[in-house]
Design a protein around this ligand. Structure first.
Ligand SMILES: Cc1ncc(COP(=O)(O)O)c(C=O)c1O
Length: 389
């Protein structure tokens, strides 16, 4: 092993990017669910999880689903998006933001991000909507726990009669102008997959202020069953409901959401402090209008100034059994979306070239974090000395 630091690798457990962090109450609530015999994708834990999550997101209606992707899919359906429509989506995101656009037979149009927020650039969005009359909706993606600039996005969308859908998969517990993330669009989708701020192992939630939209999505999520004693269907249905067992896990997790967000914010602040004076390394900017949940702390590496590129740093961390990950590869650079229109692109491409997500799990110890930073710094020194040799 090419050791860059003094730790004996075998003695030290792997540091993951963002592993699940249990609260300790999961088994108790799971037992309640099992004892009640509600082990189906319906039941009191699901109902309670929906109510509690809606409160946290500051919206009246919520629908628990099997994934965040399912939430985005149903959102597009209940908004009536379909073949012939275009949907704008931020390019710098996970593919699950864009795939549902294709599920409904519509076409994605990708737009670049603002370098100061890493979320969709409002000016480029405005220009895109002016030029593309087929656009009917915008999927605004809250990135790495940072909300989009919703004041600007809402003004643009309202002026043009376009619906705004919030992909809040990464931003549960974040704030936008003092309000919780999740109430900024017509609908918002959360994810509880294993690497998120809280997890149900896999799961999602669709939230809205519009009861009709949520009730329509609720019906579609259970195979679009009509209220009849037999199975009666008048539209295409899906099997997308969250299990009552997983909702029990979600409730135990939600109880500690505040603590988890504070822990991630502390970790972010510590990375900022430890990396502050390091030439060529900067931490993702924090937008002035919000308070991110700091789901993942991301750095940008300028190879000329830092003396190492982000891949060298990633490999140095990996050699020490520490998981880190390049930023999302923009959708317009994905072979699968090669034919989709793209507005701008240099900002997200540049961020992808230089960006690295560092271990940010809420259980990360100060000692482990110090180790991560030590290796980041050592990889730069190692690269510099091998270049001058
Ligand atoms: C931005 C974004 N959108 C959508 C999703 C999809 O959520 P899920 O994995 O729960 O389907 C994720 C995470 O996985 C995500 O990070």
């Amino acid at each position: 092993m090419g050791g860059l630091c003094s730790y004996a690798r075998d003695a030290v457990p792997r540091i993951y990017l963002s592993p699940p962090h249990l609260s300790g109450r999961e088994l108790e609530l799971l037992k309640e669910a099992v004892d009640s015999n509600w082990v189906a994708p319906l039941g009191p834990q699901v109902d309670a999880f929906e109510r509690e999550l809606a409160d946290v997101a500051g919206v009246p209606y919520a629908l628990a689903l099997s994934s965040g992707t399912a939430a985005l899919h149903l959102a597009l359906i209940v908004l009536g998006i379909g073949p012939g429509d275009e949907v704008v989506c931020s390019s710098l995101t996970f593919s699950a933001s864009a795939n549902p656009v294709l599920y409904v037979g519509a076409s994605p149009v990708f737009v670049d991000v603002d370098p100061d927020t890493w979320t969709i650039d409002p000016e480029l969005l405005d220009r895109t909507l002016a030029e593309r009359p087929q656009v009917r909706a915008v999927v605004a993606v809250d990135l790495y726990g940072q909300c989009c600039d919703y004041d600007a996005l809402r003004e643009i969308c309202e002026r043009r009669g376009i619906v705004l859908l919030q992909d809040a998969a990464e931003s549960l517990g974040a704030e936008h102008r003092g309000a919780p993330a999740g109430g900024q669009g017509a609908l918002a989708a959360f994810s509880f997959n294993g690497n998120k701020v809280i997890t149900t192992s896999g799961g999602g939630m669709l939230v809205s202020r519009d009861e009709g939209l949520i009730e329509h999505a609720r019906k579609l999520s259970t195979q679009a069953r009509e209220p009849a004693p037999h199975y009666q269907h008048t539209e295409l249905g899906y099997n997308y409901r969250l299990s009552n067992l997983l909702a029990a896990v979600g409730r135990a997790q939600l109880e500690v959401l505040g603590e988890r967000v504070e822990a991630r914010r502390r970790i972010n602040a510590r990375y900022r402090e430890l990396l502050e004076d390091v030439p060529g390394i900067t931490v993702m900017p924090e937008a002035p209008y919000g308070r991110p949940n700091c789901w993942l702390t991301c750095i940008l590496v300028d190879p000329d100034e830092a003396g190492a590129d982000r891949e060298t740093i990633r490999l140095a961390l990996e050699a020490e059994d520490i998981e880190s990950r390049p930023l999302w590869k923009p959708m317009h650079l994905q072979p699968f979306f090669a034919d989709a229109p793209m507005v701008g692109g240099d900002v997200s491409a540049g961020l992808f070239d230089r960006g690295l997500c560092l271990p940010s799990g809420s259980a990360l110890t100060e000692e482990d974090q110090a180790r991560v930073v030590e290796i980041v710094l050592a990889s730069r020194v190692a690269t510099k000395s091998s270049q001058s040799a």
